[in-house]
Write a protein that binds this ligand. Sequence first.
Ligand code: NAD
Length: 300
Amino acid sequence: MSTVAFIGLGNMGGPMAVNLIKAGFTVKVFDLVPAAMHALAQQGALTANSACGAAASADVVVSMLPAGKHVRSLYIGDADNKGIIDIVAKDTLLIDCSTIDAGSAQAVSKYAADKGLTFIDAPVSGGTAGAAAGTLTFICGGSDRGFELAQRPLTAMGSNIFHAGGAGAGQVAKICNNMLLSVLMVATSESLQMGVDHGLDPKVLSDIMKVSSGGNWTLDKYNPCPDVMAAVPSSNNYQGGFMVDLMVKDLGLAQQAALLTNSSTPMGALARSLYVNHARQGNGKRDFSSIFEQFATLNR
Ligand code: NAD
């Protein structure tokens, strides 16, 4: 299991592929953006002209793509192209790390199983910093055997690897997490801004709340208020990181999942509305912590 095909070299996939190279895997990459492949080639990756070209001789395929339609098209194919599942060897392990709807993950898993191949959904948590540091959390769905086989490549990119259940279970757990994250980011933003409005220093307020009952991941690792924390998107005009458009996608997936089980998710629904509004105001490509600006602007 030494050759990995890596498809999708964006904010997350790029640094994840670099960690596979560092761990000694031969990594063959493909992305629609040539510059993304060029950057990986400089780190020691081989490049391919297509996803199937990268996957053809690989022991493992790892994908990190935006949404379910990209993942279905990559593995199952479409009217114009064959999917990876139809061209790889029978013992190739397929791992999708994108955050997508559980239904798409289950459809790809079934298509793979019908052809004798093992597919697992393995969405991640930990952001771009976790991707670069190789400390991602992987949340896997699929068979015990698939989970076991995936350990070696996943350990090269992450430090916590969970088996949430059968096909699609990784995706369900991931959107539960991201729904919670969005609520925490919005609530942290409005709390910090209220403190600022009352003349508090946001750094001092953050230090207080971090070790008090309001402490949460956004305060510890991803403060949304500019210049409170170094090396986070809020201190870099909200560039890089996790795009608002992707959070809107995940919150839409969470609401679809809630409908399927008639689950009540009022906070998630409100967070989705706030993020949709933020995206519609032209912030879709900025980091999701830029929601802070909504409160800073409203209160100006
Ligand atoms: P991104 O937009 O930076 O990267 C996606 C990459 O996929 C781009 O380079 C794009 O060119 C490429 N791509 C799209 N379609 C392709 C295709 N058909 N073939 C080959 N390449 C293709 O997105 P990202 O931030 O890296 O996120 C990727 C996935 O990871 C998403 O599902 C996202 O929800 C999830 N995620 C992101 C973060 C984060 O902090 N950015 C954290 C956890 C999970």
